[in-house]
Design a binder for this molecule. Structure first.
Ligand SMILES: Cc1ncc(COP(=O)(O)O)c(C=O)c1O
Length: 365
C-alpha cells in the first residue's frame, strides 16, 4: 500500500520524550507533587457532575472556565483580564496550533529563536507555515537588534518567544518584549501587525524580579500571552492550556477551533482544580528554591548551568552527554537530552529526587 502522505511529512517520527518507568522522572518539566486528597475528591465530584449531562455537547464558549482562569491570573500576576480575553484548549500545544492555523499558513513565516521549544517547528509544519529561526547569543538571550532586523526583513505573521524559554530557562525582560512588540506593528504580511506570542508555560516559576508579559496585552493588541496548567499547576494529565489576548485575536481563534474542542470533563475538572489554586501552587516557592540550590550546586561542582526562571536547568559542559544520560538512566534517573551539544536538561523535582540526581551525576561524570 502507498499512502498519499504529504511530502513535507515524509520521514518524520512522532514527537515525544521517552516515557520510561523509572523511580526518578525529571525529563518533561512536570510538577513532582501529585494533587492532595481533597483536590482529588473535588475533581472526582466535578467529573461525576459533568457525567450527568454527558449526553449533551459541552459549552462551546466555556465562559465559566474563562472567568476562573482570569481570576487565577489576577491572583498570580496581579493583572486584571476580562474573561472574553481568555481562550483555552487541550494544552498550550493546542493553543499554539490555533494561533498558527489562524495567523500562519502557506506563504507565511513564523519566527523563533533557537534553541527553543522543539514543538514550534512542528506547529509551523502542520499549519503549512514556514519556520525561520535566529540563533540566541551564547548566554541564550535574544540579540535584540538582530530580532528587530529579522522582523523587518521577513515580515513574519507570527513571532514565537518562550519566556522562560525551554530548554534554556531564559526569561525576557519587559523592555525586550516591548521592543519586539513595537517592531511588530505593521511588520506582518500586507502591512498587518505581526502576532507576537509570549509562551509563559513556565511563567509561575519566574524569579521575583522577572515580570510577566500579561499586562502588556493592553498596550499591544497583537500580543498574546500563553499559559498552561501542565507545569506549576501540577495538572499535566488534565491537558489545559490557555492564553490572554485582546478580543480580535480571541475571535480569530474561535473560527479555527474544532467544534466543542474542550470536553465537558476537561472544563469541569479544570474548574475544580482552579478552585484549589492556593493548595496546588503552594509547592512553587519550594520548587523555585530547589532550582536555585541546584544551580548553585552545579556551579560548585564545576558545571556551567544556564540561569533559570523555570522549573528546569540546562547544564554542561559534558564531553559525551549521551553517555551521561545513559548512565543516569541506569541508576533510575531520567533526564532530557536536549539543547546545544554537550548539554542536558534536568527538571526540578522533590528534594529526595534532586538528592538522588546529584549523587548519580557525580558518579557518572
Ligand atoms: C515552552 C513550552 N510551551 C508549551 C508547552 C506545552 O505544554 P502543554 O501543551 O502541556 O500546555 C511546553 C511543554 O513542555 C513547553 O515547554
Amino acid at each position: 500500500m502507498t499512502l498519499p502522505l504529504r511530502k513535507d511529512l515524509e520521514g518524520f517520527e512522532p514527537y515525544g520524550a521517552p516515557q520510561i518507568d523509572v523511580p526518578v522522572i525529571l525529563n518533561v518539566n512536570e510538577n513532582p507533587y501529585a494533587p492532595a486528597p481533597e483536590v482529588v475528591r473535588d475533581i472526582a465530584d466535578a467529573a461525576a457532575q459533568a457525567a450527568l449531562g454527558a449526553n449533551r455537547y459541552p459549552d462551546r464558549d466555556f465562559m465559566e472556565l474563562r472567568r476562573d482562569l482570569a481570576a487565577y491570573l489576577l491572583k498570580e500576576s496581579g493583572v486584571e483580564i476580562p474573561a472574553e480575553q481568555i481562550w483555552a484548549g487541550n494544552g498550550s500545544n493546542e493553543i499554539m496550533l490555533h494561533l498558527l492555523t489562524a495567523f500562519g499558513g502557506p506563504g507565511r513565516i513564523a519566527l523563533g529563536f533557537d534553541p527553543t521549544y522543539s514543538m514550534y517547528p512542528e506547529y509551523a509544519r502542520d499549519s503549512l507555515t514556514e519556520w525561520r529561526t535566529l540563533p540566541r547569543r551564547a548566554d541564550f538571550t535574544i540579540d535584540r537588534d538582530a530580532a528587530l532586523a529579522a522582523i523587518a526583513e521577513l515580515s513574519p505573521s507570527v513571532v514565537l518567544l518562550a519566556s522562560p524559554n525551554n530548554p534554556t530557562g531564559t526569561a525576557l525582560s519587559l523592555a525586550e518584549i516591548e521592543a519586539i512588540a513595537e517592531a511588530a506593528r505593521g511588520a506582518g504580511p500586507e502591512g498587518t501587525d505581526t502576532v507576537v506570542v509570549i509562551d509563559e508555560a513556565y511563567g509561575e516559576f519566574r524569579r521575583a524580579d522577572t515580570p510577566s508579559a500579561l499586562a502588556l496585552r493592553e498596550v499591544y493588541p497583537h500580543l498574546v500571552v500563553t499559559r498552561t496548567m501542565s507545569k506549576a499547576f501540577g495538572m499535566a494529565g488534565l491537558r489545559l492550556g490557555y492564553l490572554a489576548a485582546q478580543r480580535p485575536v480571541v475571535d480569530a481563534l474561535t473560527v479555527v477551533r474544532l467544534p466543542y474542542h474542550l470536553s465537558a470533563f476537561t472544563q469541569a475538572v479544570a474548574r475544580a482544580a482552579l478552585s484549589h489554586s492556593e493548595t496546588l501552587m503552594a509547592q512553587i516557592a519550594s520548587l523555585r528554591a530547589e532550582r536555585d540550590q541546584l544551580v548553585e550546586w552545579l556551579v560548585e561542582n564545576g558545571f556551567s548551568p544556564a540561569p533559570s526562571d523555570a522549573n528546569f536547568v540546562l547544564f554542561g559542559p559534558l564531553d559525551d552527554r549521551r553517555k551521561v544520560w545513559d548512565e543516569l538512566l541506569a541508576r533510575g534517573i531520567l533526564i532530557r537530552e536536549v539543547g546545544p551539544p554537550g548539554h542536558l536538561r534536568v527538571t526540578v523535582g522533590s528534594p529526595e529526587e534532586m538528592a538522588a540526581f546529584r549523587t548519580a551525576l557525580l558518579e557518572v561524570t
